[in-house]
Design a protein around this ligand. Sequence first.
Ligand code: DC
Length: 233
Amino acid sequence: MNRITIAIDGFSSCGKSTLARQLAQHLGYAYIDSGAMYRAVALYVMENGLVKDGRLDLDGLLGQLDGIDIRFQHDPMTDKSATLLNGRNVESEIRTMDVSNHVTLVSPVPEVRAKLVRLQQALGLEKGVVMDGRDIGTVVFPDAEVKLFMTARPEVRAQRRYHELQMKGAAVSLAEVEANIRQRDLDDTTRKADPLTKAPDAVVIDNSDITAEEQFRKALDIVVDVLARVGQE
Ligand code: DC
């Protein structure tokens, strides 16, 4: 059977990774979380004195960029893929609010994007991948056979993310979470390098008022149609 590439883009905290994981598991494909890579670079600058008074030391980052090694490895403890930053498992550290607040310092840097896009393209070379992010259908895999663009109302996303963070025991307020989401929406859509935009051939899924199961069925129907089509080519 022909293997395809599935690109999932959309706003922060839209459930992209939940859907991407479900599809990958169902199809026996690899799931790749491109946001984890940007988060890992953010953690790197935070840990290496490259953020001063909330500002990025750009020259410092560019000087060290080649030495930042990011890869994924299966973690037998969680039975999930873990993000490694220079060989260290940073999977839980990159999910904190502190890292979320620093990502937009590094995600607009063209050199950072170029490095991570190259890595993402290499990971998708064999097809049979589901990758989620902001520029997957537009920049990373413009020829992806399936492109989904996910969205939901900001207040719905904030409530879901707040719930997730509470389950992890994080001491954050709903207002703080919603402010972070709105700021990232603005940064993602207005940055010069590879801003978040819907690819013309992407299918929009607004999940504000549907369940994860309904969303999965909707996406799977799209994938099955495309698989039937490419199977006949
Ligand atoms: O999907 P996420 O929230 O884990 O992504 C973290 C940040 O990385 C988010 O603020 C936007 C950025 N990002 C990006 O610029 N390009 C991508 N392909 C994926 C994420």
